[in-house]
Design a protein around this ligand. Structure first.
Ligand SMILES: C[S@@+](CC[C@H](N)C(=O)[O-])C[C@H]1O[C@@H](n2cnc3c(N)ncnc32)[C@H](O)[C@@H]1O
Length: 439
């Protein structure tokens, strides 16, 4: 098999592992070169973004129902059909031959023949593919837009069908990518010159200083600019939380739930690496990444500590960021796997955990100090409702206006929060508020 074919078979491995063990582990792709690894990520995310629709097509063109198929065959077919329908650069015969070959190697010649039959059936109707037509409206929408039914129900009730469709369509598109210049290692104006010299197209954002929308992050990786600390990959909406906390040089800052540290690095830059940032996380593996980043970004004022924030006792700090673990429903385009991992119970658990984390974080803020609470969720229970409940329990905190810290376009809840939506703002969905300890 050529590199492309290997990328396909590695993608199938990853998708099978995801189905069977609910983990998305790209490490098997390390055997490929950087182009192959990038292809694997594109394949896996694109297939997860279209999974229900691909399954519907498999059911339409196969005598064996998808529910009865082994996960290996399902994923070989998902990838082959995705290639035929969505990848203009792959001729149908190549998609079929390579899927059949993977099926033969993994599952034997009879399954190879079955794969061939299903894909050829579909090929015959490729210009007139059937559309889902279930009577159950939720199932119909969930299949068409490849989102789980519980989210379809929530979002259509909350936004109405038209807007929910726009949101799901945005989640199914390739997301926008942003790069942030790290002023601890370069200057934004020099970084712009560097990109221009290397023929990298970019659009400078007028929402936050130092952020650039780019077509692809690949050149920044291959040129080694991330390792050298010149820049980081960070969605612009993820930048709002550190800018809202507005840490000053010389302050004591805690970054709770900090790993892998994308926001710690921004805060260090905003502080000119003067003062201190204690970055706390429960995961030592993710903290190792944070420590590595701090080194390469010259973020010399960051210290790390492994701890459960709900059990942590620290002196009171000037400013605390709590970037809480959440359902991630704002980042379903970049993390298509999350839509298949979350459910109502997961949402309820996240809300409970966030409340505990918020109460603990509040104890680490000095009188007059600031606390920013942020998530990458769109769900009100995790966002403003969570904050309102916190304020009921913690009368020594007041919520502050966000105007002046974040662009006007993203201000929500009467000026008391920011909230971005992928279909409205062209970036990930993030939420944040600024809380002040008043006594
Ligand atoms: C949204 S991610 C943080 C992303 C990070 N702030 C950044 O910008 O790179 C949430 C983090 O919370 C951590 N976490 C979850 N429960 C925790 C707890 N009880 N105490 C400390 N960290 C926790 C997870 O390990 C995860 O790294």
């Amino acid at each position: 098999m050529d590199t492309e074919a290997s990328a396909r078979s590695v993608s199938v491995e990853i998708l099978i592992d995801f189905d069977e063990n609910n983990v998305l582990d790209y490490s098997v792709a390390n055997q490929l070169d950087s182009r192959g690894r990038a292809e694997v990520r594109e394949y896996v995310q694109n297939i997860l973004r279209r999974r229900s629709y691909l399954d519907f097509l498999i059911d339409e063109f196969s005598n064996v129902k998808i529910a009865e198929m082994k996960s290996s065959l399902k994923n070989i077919l998902r990838l082959g059909i995705y290639d035929m329908i969505f990848m203009d650069s792959t001729p149908d015969y190549a998609a079929i031959n390579e899927s059949v070959e993977i099926a033969k190697i993994k599952l034997g010649s009879r399954t190879g023949d079955l794969t061939n039959a299903i894909m050829r059936n579909l090929q015959r109707d490729i210009d007139n593919l059937p559309k889902p037509s279930f009577e159950d409206r939720t199932r119909l929408v969930a299949t068409t837009f490849s989102h789980p039914e519980w989210l379809v129900k929530r979002w259509t009730e909350r936004f109405g069908e038209r807007e929910a469709f726009q949101l799901m369509q945005a989640n199914n598109k390739r997301p926008a990518y942003f790069i942030r210049a790290n002023n601890l290692r370069t200057k934004t104006k020099n970084f712009k010159l560097r990109m221009t010299k290397h023929d990298i197209a970019f659009t400078e954002s007028d929402w936050l200083p130092g952020y650039f929308e780019v077509d692809s992050v690949a050149p920044f990786i291959t040129k080694g600019w991330l390792q050298k600390g010149f820049c980081q990959i960070q969605d612009i909406a993820a930048g709002f939380a550190p800018f809202l906390l507005d840490p000053q040089s010389g302050e004591d800052v805690y970054d709770l739930c900090a790993a892998p540290g994308t926001k710690s690095v921004v805060m260090s830059d905003l502080m000119n690496a003067e003062g201190s940032i204690l970055a706390v996380d429960i995961s030592s593996e993710r903290l190792d990444k944070l420590a590595e980043s701090a080194l390469s970004y010259h973020a010399e004022n960051i210290r790390v500590r492994r701890a459960d924030v709900t059990e942590l006792e620290l002196d009171e700090a000037d400013a605390v960021l709590l970037d809480a673990p959440c359902t991630g429903t704002g980042v379903l385009s970049k993390r298509a796997d999350l839509r298949w991992r979350r459910d109502q119970e997961g949402l309820d658990n996240a809300v409970e955990q966030q409340a505990k984390l918020l109460d603990s974080a509040a104890k680490m803020v000095k009188v007059g100090g600031r606390l920013v609470y942020s998530t990458c969720s769109l769900e009100e229970e995790e966002n403003m409702e969570q904050v309102m409940n916190f304020l009921d329990r913690n009368e020594n905190f007041e919520i502050q206006p966000v105007e002046g810290y974040v662009p006007d376009e993203v201000i929500a809840h009467g000026g008391l929060a920011y909230q971005t939506f992928p279909h409205k703002h062209g970036c990930d969905g993030h939420f944040g508020v600024l809380l002040k300890r008043v006594n």
